[in-house]
Design a protein around this ligand. Structure first.
Ligand SMILES: *[C@@H]1O[C@H](CO)[C@@H](O)[C@H](O)[C@H]1NC(C)=O
Ligand SMILES: *[C@@H]1O[C@H](CO)[C@@H](O)[C@H](O)[C@H]1NC(C)=O
Ligand SMILES: *[C@@H]1O[C@H](CO)[C@@H](O)[C@H](O)[C@H]1NC(C)=O
Length: 265
Protein backbone atom coordinates (compact mmCIF):
# COMPACT_ATOMS: atom_id res chain seq x y z
CA UNK A 1 0.00 0.00 0.00
CA UNK A 2 1.30 3.43 -0.93
CA UNK A 3 1.85 5.66 2.09
CA UNK A 4 1.89 9.41 1.57
CA UNK A 5 2.70 10.27 5.14
CA UNK A 6 4.13 13.76 5.27
CA UNK A 7 3.44 16.96 7.08
CA UNK A 8 4.03 18.78 3.82
CA UNK A 9 0.93 17.09 2.44
CA UNK A 10 -1.12 18.22 5.38
CA UNK A 11 0.17 21.77 5.10
CA UNK A 12 -0.52 21.79 1.38
CA UNK A 13 -4.08 20.67 2.07
CA UNK A 14 -4.57 23.59 4.44
CA UNK A 15 -3.29 26.01 1.83
CA UNK A 16 -5.63 24.54 -0.78
CA UNK A 17 -8.60 24.76 1.56
CA UNK A 18 -7.75 28.35 2.45
CA UNK A 19 -7.59 29.28 -1.21
CA UNK A 20 -11.06 27.82 -1.81
CA UNK A 21 -12.81 30.75 -0.12
CA UNK A 22 -16.28 29.75 -1.30
CA UNK A 23 -16.62 25.98 -1.12
CA UNK A 24 -18.66 24.40 -3.91
CA UNK A 25 -21.29 21.90 -2.93
CA UNK A 26 -20.42 18.76 -4.89
CA UNK A 27 -21.08 16.37 -2.02
CA UNK A 28 -24.47 17.11 -0.53
CA UNK A 29 -25.21 16.65 3.13
CA UNK A 30 -28.25 17.01 5.33
CA UNK A 31 -28.24 20.44 7.03
CA UNK A 32 -30.19 19.04 10.00
CA UNK A 33 -27.36 16.68 10.93
CA UNK A 34 -25.55 16.47 14.22
CA UNK A 35 -22.74 18.83 13.36
CA UNK A 36 -20.87 16.71 10.86
CA UNK A 37 -20.90 16.40 7.14
CA UNK A 38 -22.53 13.01 6.92
CA UNK A 39 -21.92 12.25 3.26
CA UNK A 40 -21.21 8.56 2.83
CA UNK A 41 -22.16 8.34 -0.83
CA UNK A 42 -18.65 7.38 -1.82
CA UNK A 43 -18.57 4.77 -4.58
CA UNK A 44 -18.08 1.36 -2.88
CA UNK A 45 -16.43 -0.07 -6.01
CA UNK A 46 -13.87 2.71 -6.03
CA UNK A 47 -13.22 2.11 -2.33
CA UNK A 48 -12.76 -1.60 -2.90
CA UNK A 49 -10.45 -1.07 -5.87
CA UNK A 50 -8.24 1.40 -3.99
CA UNK A 51 -8.12 -0.86 -0.95
CA UNK A 52 -6.68 -3.58 -3.18
CA UNK A 53 -4.12 -1.34 -4.91
CA UNK A 54 -0.56 -2.33 -4.13
CA UNK A 55 1.41 0.40 -5.89
CA UNK A 56 1.05 3.99 -6.91
CA UNK A 57 0.77 2.88 -10.52
CA UNK A 58 -2.21 0.74 -9.54
CA UNK A 59 -3.77 3.72 -7.79
CA UNK A 60 -3.26 5.93 -10.83
CA UNK A 61 -4.90 3.39 -13.09
CA UNK A 62 -7.93 3.33 -10.80
CA UNK A 63 -8.22 7.05 -10.10
CA UNK A 64 -7.39 8.59 -13.46
CA UNK A 65 -9.21 6.67 -16.14
CA UNK A 66 -10.09 9.85 -17.92
CA UNK A 67 -7.28 12.46 -17.97
CA UNK A 68 -7.28 15.39 -17.57
CA UNK A 69 -10.38 14.90 -15.37
CA UNK A 70 -9.18 14.96 -11.73
CA UNK A 71 -12.55 14.58 -10.06
CA UNK A 72 -11.59 11.35 -8.23
CA UNK A 73 -9.04 13.33 -6.21
CA UNK A 74 -11.11 16.42 -5.48
CA UNK A 75 -13.48 16.95 -2.60
CA UNK A 76 -15.73 19.95 -2.05
CA UNK A 77 -16.36 20.88 1.54
CA UNK A 78 -19.85 22.19 1.99
CA UNK A 79 -20.46 25.55 3.59
CA UNK A 80 -22.43 24.01 6.42
CA UNK A 81 -23.11 27.32 8.14
CA UNK A 82 -26.27 27.04 10.19
CA UNK A 83 -28.16 29.62 12.21
CA UNK A 84 -26.53 31.25 15.21
CA UNK A 85 -27.13 29.51 18.47
CA UNK A 86 -26.38 26.06 17.10
CA UNK A 87 -22.66 26.13 17.73
CA UNK A 88 -21.37 25.17 14.33
CA UNK A 89 -20.68 22.37 11.91
CA UNK A 90 -17.73 20.51 10.45
CA UNK A 91 -17.31 19.28 6.90
CA UNK A 92 -14.95 16.34 7.06
CA UNK A 93 -13.19 14.29 4.41
CA UNK A 94 -11.86 10.88 5.45
CA UNK A 95 -11.57 7.42 3.89
CA UNK A 96 -15.30 7.10 4.50
CA UNK A 97 -16.45 9.74 2.06
CA UNK A 98 -13.35 10.48 -0.03
CA UNK A 99 -11.99 7.17 -1.37
CA UNK A 100 -8.84 8.75 -2.84
CA UNK A 101 -7.59 9.06 0.76
CA UNK A 102 -7.41 5.27 1.03
CA UNK A 103 -3.70 4.45 1.14
CA UNK A 104 -2.71 7.95 2.25
CA UNK A 105 -2.35 9.27 5.76
CA UNK A 106 -4.22 12.53 5.50
CA UNK A 107 -7.71 13.83 6.21
CA UNK A 108 -9.16 17.31 6.36
CA UNK A 109 -11.87 19.23 8.14
CA UNK A 110 -13.41 22.61 7.40
CA UNK A 111 -15.18 23.98 10.46
CA UNK A 112 -17.82 26.67 10.66
CA UNK A 113 -18.02 27.91 14.23
CA UNK A 114 -20.86 30.26 15.02
CA UNK A 115 -20.64 33.15 17.49
CA UNK A 116 -20.23 31.67 20.99
CA UNK A 117 -19.89 28.22 19.42
CA UNK A 118 -17.94 25.52 21.23
CA UNK A 119 -16.46 22.50 19.49
CA UNK A 120 -16.83 20.38 22.61
CA UNK A 121 -13.85 18.61 24.24
CA UNK A 122 -12.81 15.64 22.16
CA UNK A 123 -9.76 13.78 20.92
CA UNK A 124 -8.69 12.07 17.72
CA UNK A 125 -7.47 8.59 18.63
CA UNK A 126 -5.52 8.03 15.40
CA UNK A 127 -4.31 11.47 14.27
CA UNK A 128 -2.39 14.58 15.10
CA UNK A 129 -4.25 17.70 13.99
CA UNK A 130 -3.16 21.16 12.87
CA UNK A 131 -6.11 23.50 13.06
CA UNK A 132 -5.69 26.84 11.32
CA UNK A 133 -8.13 29.72 11.65
CA UNK A 134 -8.92 31.19 8.23
CA UNK A 135 -11.54 33.72 9.26
CA UNK A 136 -12.59 35.13 12.63
CA UNK A 137 -11.18 34.11 15.98
CA UNK A 138 -11.09 30.93 18.06
CA UNK A 139 -9.73 29.97 21.44
CA UNK A 140 -7.89 26.67 21.18
CA UNK A 141 -7.56 24.63 24.37
CA UNK A 142 -5.46 21.53 25.00
CA UNK A 143 -5.70 19.54 28.21
CA UNK A 144 -2.29 18.21 29.19
CA UNK A 145 -1.52 14.57 29.73
CA UNK A 146 -0.61 13.48 33.25
CA UNK A 147 3.11 13.09 33.86
CA UNK A 148 4.58 9.65 34.15
CA UNK A 149 4.41 8.74 37.79
CA UNK A 150 1.14 10.61 38.21
CA UNK A 151 -1.01 8.17 36.32
CA UNK A 152 -1.77 5.62 38.99
CA UNK A 153 -0.60 4.01 42.18
CA UNK A 154 2.78 2.75 41.05
CA UNK A 155 4.76 0.64 43.51
CA UNK A 156 7.47 2.74 45.14
CA UNK A 157 5.95 6.01 43.90
CA UNK A 158 3.94 8.52 45.93
CA UNK A 159 0.16 8.46 45.39
CA UNK A 160 -0.90 10.59 42.42
CA UNK A 161 -1.78 14.19 43.21
CA UNK A 162 -5.44 15.20 43.02
CA UNK A 163 -6.75 18.40 41.51
CA UNK A 164 -7.22 19.94 38.08
CA UNK A 165 -5.02 18.86 35.21
CA UNK A 166 -3.30 21.85 33.58
CA UNK A 167 -4.33 22.99 30.15
CA UNK A 168 -2.86 25.40 27.63
CA UNK A 169 -4.88 27.84 25.55
CA UNK A 170 -4.21 30.18 22.66
CA UNK A 171 -6.18 32.79 20.76
CA UNK A 172 -6.13 31.89 17.08
CA UNK A 173 -6.89 34.28 14.23
CA UNK A 174 -5.45 35.45 10.94
CA UNK A 175 -4.13 32.07 9.71
CA UNK A 176 -2.66 31.06 13.04
CA UNK A 177 -2.59 27.31 13.51
CA UNK A 178 -2.43 25.14 16.61
CA UNK A 179 -1.26 21.57 16.98
CA UNK A 180 -3.53 19.14 18.79
CA UNK A 181 -1.43 16.00 19.36
CA UNK A 182 -2.87 12.59 18.66
CA UNK A 183 -5.18 11.29 21.34
CA UNK A 184 -5.09 14.41 23.51
CA UNK A 185 -8.25 16.15 24.71
CA UNK A 186 -8.90 19.53 23.13
CA UNK A 187 -11.62 22.03 22.25
CA UNK A 188 -12.17 25.23 20.30
CA UNK A 189 -14.39 28.12 21.23
CA UNK A 190 -15.47 31.19 19.28
CA UNK A 191 -15.56 34.02 21.85
CA UNK A 192 -16.75 36.65 19.36
CA UNK A 193 -20.00 37.72 17.76
CA UNK A 194 -18.72 36.88 14.26
CA UNK A 195 -18.60 33.41 12.69
CA UNK A 196 -15.21 31.73 12.47
CA UNK A 197 -13.87 29.41 9.80
CA UNK A 198 -11.08 26.88 10.27
CA UNK A 199 -9.24 24.29 8.21
CA UNK A 200 -7.78 21.32 10.03
CA UNK A 201 -5.40 18.71 8.63
CA UNK A 202 -4.98 15.22 10.12
CA UNK A 203 -2.11 12.78 9.62
CA UNK A 204 -4.44 9.82 9.31
CA UNK A 205 -7.08 9.16 6.67
CA UNK A 206 -9.25 7.81 9.50
CA UNK A 207 -8.62 10.19 12.44
CA UNK A 208 -11.74 9.31 14.46
CA UNK A 209 -13.28 11.45 17.17
CA UNK A 210 -13.83 10.59 20.82
CA UNK A 211 -16.31 12.81 22.67
CA UNK A 212 -15.09 13.21 26.24
CA UNK A 213 -18.33 14.04 28.09
CA UNK A 214 -20.49 11.77 25.98
CA UNK A 215 -18.15 8.82 26.37
CA UNK A 216 -17.97 9.28 30.09
CA UNK A 217 -21.68 9.67 30.76
CA UNK A 218 -23.19 7.48 28.05
CA UNK A 219 -23.43 3.92 29.16
CA UNK A 220 -21.44 3.34 32.28
CA UNK A 221 -23.31 1.95 35.28
CA UNK A 222 -24.34 4.74 37.64
CA UNK A 223 -22.16 3.31 40.41
CA UNK A 224 -19.11 3.45 38.13
CA UNK A 225 -19.84 7.06 37.23
CA UNK A 226 -20.37 8.02 40.85
CA UNK A 227 -17.27 6.26 42.14
CA UNK A 228 -15.04 7.65 39.39
CA UNK A 229 -16.37 11.16 40.01
CA UNK A 230 -15.51 11.08 43.71
CA UNK A 231 -19.01 10.12 44.88
CA UNK A 232 -20.28 13.67 44.48
CA UNK A 233 -23.67 14.14 46.06
CA UNK A 234 -24.82 16.28 43.16
CA UNK A 235 -24.51 13.24 40.89
CA UNK A 236 -27.38 10.88 41.55
CA UNK A 237 -29.14 8.56 39.15
CA UNK A 238 -31.60 11.27 38.14
CA UNK A 239 -28.86 13.81 37.39
CA UNK A 240 -26.89 11.23 35.45
CA UNK A 241 -29.96 10.42 33.33
CA UNK A 242 -30.34 14.14 32.61
CA UNK A 243 -26.67 14.42 31.61
CA UNK A 244 -26.94 11.44 29.29
CA UNK A 245 -29.77 12.90 27.28
CA UNK A 246 -28.41 16.43 27.06
CA UNK A 247 -24.80 15.98 26.07
CA UNK A 248 -24.16 17.74 22.75
CA UNK A 249 -23.01 15.65 19.81
CA UNK A 250 -20.26 17.96 18.62
CA UNK A 251 -21.06 21.62 19.13
CA UNK A 252 -22.49 23.63 21.98
CA UNK A 253 -22.97 27.30 22.70
CA UNK A 254 -21.66 29.24 25.69
CA UNK A 255 -23.70 32.42 25.73
CA UNK A 256 -22.55 33.71 29.11
CA UNK A 257 -18.93 33.02 28.39
CA UNK A 258 -19.27 34.68 25.03
CA UNK A 259 -20.82 37.81 26.49
CA UNK A 260 -17.91 38.29 28.89
CA UNK A 261 -15.20 36.78 26.74
CA UNK A 262 -13.32 40.05 26.53
CA UNK A 263 -12.65 39.69 30.24
CA UNK A 264 -11.43 36.11 29.95
CA UNK A 265 -9.37 35.97 26.79
C1 LIG B 1 -21.43 30.30 4.38
O1 LIG B 1 -22.80 30.48 4.15
C2 LIG B 1 -23.38 31.49 4.96
C3 LIG B 1 -24.89 31.42 4.77
O2 LIG B 1 -25.20 31.36 3.40
C4 LIG B 1 -22.77 32.83 4.59
O3 LIG B 1 -23.34 33.85 5.36
C5 LIG B 1 -21.28 32.75 4.87
O4 LIG B 1 -20.65 33.94 4.47
C6 LIG B 1 -20.65 31.57 4.15
N1 LIG B 1 -19.29 31.44 4.64
C7 LIG B 1 -18.27 31.26 3.84
C8 LIG B 1 -16.94 31.14 4.50
O5 LIG B 1 -18.38 31.19 2.63
C1 LIG C 1 -12.90 7.49 -11.04
O1 LIG C 1 -12.61 6.16 -10.72
C2 LIG C 1 -13.54 5.21 -11.22
C3 LIG C 1 -13.07 3.83 -10.77
O2 LIG C 1 -11.84 3.53 -11.33
C4 LIG C 1 -13.60 5.31 -12.74
O3 LIG C 1 -14.63 4.44 -13.21
C5 LIG C 1 -13.94 6.73 -13.14
O4 LIG C 1 -13.92 6.86 -14.54
C6 LIG C 1 -12.91 7.65 -12.54
N1 LIG C 1 -13.22 9.01 -12.90
C7 LIG C 1 -12.38 9.75 -13.61
C8 LIG C 1 -12.86 11.14 -13.90
O5 LIG C 1 -11.28 9.36 -13.96
C1 LIG D 1 -5.86 40.29 11.22
O1 LIG D 1 -4.97 40.99 10.40
C2 LIG D 1 -5.52 42.19 9.87
C3 LIG D 1 -4.51 42.77 8.88
O2 LIG D 1 -3.21 42.72 9.39
C4 LIG D 1 -5.84 43.14 11.01
O3 LIG D 1 -6.43 44.32 10.50
C5 LIG D 1 -6.83 42.47 11.92
O4 LIG D 1 -7.08 43.26 13.05
C6 LIG D 1 -6.31 41.12 12.39
N1 LIG D 1 -7.39 40.46 13.10
C7 LIG D 1 -7.22 39.91 14.29
C8 LIG D 1 -8.44 39.25 14.85
O5 LIG D 1 -6.17 39.89 14.88
Amino acid sequence: MVQLRSLAHAVALIAIAAAAAVPLARHKSDPSHNGFNSNTNADPALKAALTGATSYNDRQAILFTNPPDASNITFSYINNTVTDGTGGTIALSTVNNFPALIGTEVAMAIGFVNPCGLNVPHSHPRANEILTVIQGKLIGGLILELNNGNTGHIVGQPAPAKGPIPQVTATLSNYTGMLFPQGETHFQFNPTCEPALFAAAFDSSDPGRTQIARNFFSNMPDEVLLASSGDLEVLDAKRIAEFRNNIPTAFAVIMEECAVSALHY
